[in-house]
Design a protein around this ligand. Structure first.
Ligand code: ZN
Length: 298
């Protein structure tokens, strides 16, 4: 397996008229596979969604803001979702990590077979306001990359080129994962647009570049030469912010009646575990803990 230094860069190109980002998210996706035990096509689906969330996260104004990318298709993988913050931390989940499908179709990981070709992609931005901002588009292909590009064009009216990819080796391990996002913010001449489009369409697949040892910086240099300025360079990593307090709040939300039922059901076992669906961490609550929650709910 190739070595990877997971990081993301955000640059201004062509005098700030173009914004571009690129990310190596290989170790992030390896961690997602470890946590969720995904089969190859699901690994690619979840990894692409997580890479997309990291790219969107890097456009947030504040580090603590959160963006969630949720794909709900009609395929057997069910919902595929990832959330990233402005610090480059991401977590994700997939309803069915091992859908019973052909993993590879026409020589490619069968992502659309896992996700489904029909359904919706929703982007939710939580910027600490009372209501998160969210926007939904229909899926175009279920391949994630095209769906996200369509989202940017349709929902944000920003012409965007996007590539996200996960390369899974024959043992199911992740050899490379990452992507890029290039957005025209305005004011390009036709010849500039044409040249940029030619460079973008000549780009190899993101994982081909990452597997060859190319960095995010090098990927953007293929498009812009040295005509860009790095605005941000930072690490990206898997991180789940769950903790015991949150697990306890989830139990409290059940309310007194459901807690009594839970206590009854778990009486023999002597405890109840709340398992984080994002990272698998188990929080154990004893019967005495549950009694305390019941008393508080009364
Ligand atoms: Zn967690």
């Amino acid at each position: 397996m190739t070595e990877h230094d997971d990081h993301l860069i955000r640059v201004a190109a062509l005098g700030g008229r173009v914004r571009a980002l690129a990310v190596d998210a290989t170790q992030v996706v390896r961690k997602l596979v470890e946590v969720h035990g995904t089969a190859p096509a699901a690994t690619a689906a979840l990894g692409r969604v997580a890479t997309g969330a990291l790219l969107l996260g890097a456009l947030l104004k504040q580090e603590q803001h959160l963006v969630t990318l949720r794909v709900r298709g009609d395929g057997p993988a069910g919902t595929v979702l990832a959330s990233a913050n402005g610090r480059g931390e991401v977590r994700g989940l997939i309803s069915n990590p091992r859908p019973d499908i052909e993993q590879v179709r026409n020589g490619k990981l069968n992502v659309a077979g896992a996700v489904g070709r029909h359904g919706h992609l929703t982007v939710v931005r939580d910027m600490g306001m009372r209501h998160p901002y969210n926007s939904t588009v229909e899926l175009v292909s279920g391949e994630i990359g095209q769906d996200l590009a369509y989202y940017f064009t349709r929902s944000e009216q920003t012409p965007s080129a996007l590539g996200v990819g996960v390369f899974v080796d024959r043992n199911g391990g992740v050899d490379a994962a990452g992507g890029y996002l290039i957005q025209v913010l305005g004011g390009l001449r036709d010849d500039e647009v044409e040249q940029m489009e030619a460079e973008i369409s000549a780009l190899p697949h993101p994982t081909t570049m990452l597997r060859a040892g190319e960095t995010p910086e090098r990927i953007l240099a293929r498009v812009f030469g040295d005509a860009f300025q790095v605005l941000h360079r930072g690490p990206v990593r898997f991180h789940c912010p769950c903790d015991r307090d949150r697990a306890e709040r989830a139990l409290r939300l059940l309310g007194g009646h459901a807690l009594e039922e839970l206590r009854h059901d778990e009486a023999e076992r002597g405890h109840s575990d709340v398992v984080c669906e994002f990272c698998g961490t188990r929080y154990r609550f004893t019967l005495a803990d549950i009694d305390r929650l019941i008393a508080d709910a009364a």
